[in-house]
Design a protein around this ligand. Structure first.
Ligand code: HEM
Length: 413
């Protein structure tokens, strides 16, 4: 296999490490495939000693990634946070259970888990279907529009507004806050970092008010009320409560949104697979998993070693940071044959790691699958096809992996 040549930047500037997969332009330009392929070919575990996020280990193949996630006491989510961007002094500290270790994580996860049980999914299905149908019926056929804005953002934001009993007319605030919260590139820019701090405070204050409005009232079936009336909540302070709310907004927003956009873009890249799906809507469940695998809406999560240890012969030291690259493990050729292709009836599509693995595995996975599946079913019912009319605009970041804009035109088949 060809190796990547070392690119050299203009004289006087820093040379670029071609294997540094934290560079935002790789995701903006969709050129991340080659460096990850190379990292996997070199054994899957690699130490980067000089990146804009400082030194870190990259875990890029399936097996060691699962191994790290299976040892949460050695590889902590709490010690350094969940992205390869370090927290700096002065950052707002809103504790969230995604960035906690046991036993606190277990307690707090339990608080929101009842909102995502199979029976809750059944309860929500009609509503999701109705809203999806409404949005699809409002779209023009044979006329260009932005799929990200009109479909992906609108559907996911409506879902979150319902989950939180959030004021309906103001629901786009959820998108706005989520975009700011999920942008880790901001950590490198002091001005935008301050702006982000202000915006997250505004978000916290808004949810603080919603919370106050529900304290001491009869329980309602939304997440805020559910958290207020849970036992674990009694031990949470206000920042923790808000941290967990923001976690749910960000967790449920960009990720599902970018899977819905990947459905449009991905099937456009593989017209034969799209034809297979159009001919057999029974494949929608499997295709949902396959599209989530192919997109991998969160490129990585981070762990921090709590002790000296060994991973596949590599010496990891206490305090070392590890980037778990789901985006690469989901393209691991030893697990997924022809991994770069969407194959709607791929037998092991469900084995993907886009939701993570182990105690932190995504608590909202069922809801995400339901929303994406219903979107595909409603498209199939109408015999509607999305034709992407140009290259989409992508997010320039190594955490949220997705699309900002995607011009499309619908047609009937
Ligand atoms: C955790 C991905 C949708 C809420 C996670 C993790 C990933 C992930 C990678 C971390 C797993 C780990 O560290 O092992 C995704 C993807 C989604 C999605 C790809 C859509 C396709 C959602 C939705 C919600 C949600 C719809 C809720 C509305 C959460 C929460 C956690 C989490 C609360 C923390 C779980 C814990 O730490 O125990 N998700 N997610 N996610 N996700 Fe999702």
């Amino acid at each position: 296999m060809a190796t990547l040549a070392t690119e050299t930047a203009a004289p006087g500037s820093m040379s670029i490490d071609p294997l540094d997969v934290s560079r935002p332009e790789l995701y903006r330009d969709d050129t991340w495939h080659a460096p990850f392929r190379e990292l996997r070919a070199r054994g899957g575990i690699h130490y980067h000693d000089n990146t804009a996020f400082g030194p870190f280990w990259s875990i890029t193949t399936y097996k060691p990634l699962v191994q790290v996630e299976s040892l949460p006491d050695i590889f902590s989510s709490e010690a350094g946070g969940i992205t390869i961007a370090d927290m700096a002094e002065g950052d707002i500290k809103m504790p969230m259970f995604i960035a906690m270790d046991r036993p606190k994580h277990t307690d707090q996860r339990r608080t929101v888990a009842p909102a995502f049980t199979p029976s809750e999914m059944v309860r929500m299905t009609d509503n999701i279907r109705m809203r999806t149908a409404e949005i699809l019926d409002s779209l023009p056929v044979g006329q260009e529009f932005d799929w990200v804005d009109r479909v992906s953002i609108e559907l996911t934001t409506q879902m979150l507004a319902l989950l939180f009993d959030f004021p309906w007319e103001e629901r786009r605030k959820l998108t706005y806050w989520s975009d700011w919260a999920g942008d880790i590139e901001i950590a490198k820019d002091p001005v935008r970092k301050e702006e982000r701090r202000q915006i997250l405070f505004e978000c916290a204050a808004y949810f603080g008010n919603l919370w106050q409005g529900k304290v001491g009232k009869e329980p309602t079936p939304d997440l805020i009320s559910m958290m207020i009336h849970s036992d674990a909540m009694n031990h949470m302070d206000q920042m923790e409560f808000l941290g967990n709310l923001i976690l749910l907004i960000v967790g449920g927003n960009d990720t599902t949104r970018n899977s819905m956009s990947a459905y449009a873009w991905g099937l456009n890249q593989f017209p034969e697979e799209r034809a297979k799906l159009e001919a057999n809507p029974g494949l929608i469940g499997n295709a949902t998993q396959e599209i989530i695998r192919w997109q991998t809406p969160l490129a990585h999560m981070r762990r921090t070693a709590t002790q000296d240890t060994e991973l596949d012969g590599h010496k990891i030291r206490e305090g070392d940071k590890l980037g778990l690259w789901y985006i690469s493990a989901n393209r691991d050729e030893s697990v997924f044959a022809d991994a770069d292709s969407i194959i709607v009836d791929r037998e092991n599509a469900r084995r993907h790691l886009a939701f993570g693995h182990g105690i932190h595995r995504c608590v909202g996975a069922r809801l995400a699958e339901l929303q994406i599946g219903v979107l595909m079913e409603e498209m199939a019912k109408r015999r509607l096809r999305v034709n992407v009319t140009g290259e989409p605009e992508r997010v320039a970041a190594c955490f949220v992996h997705g699309y900002k804009k995607m011009a499309v035109e619908l047609s009937h088949y």
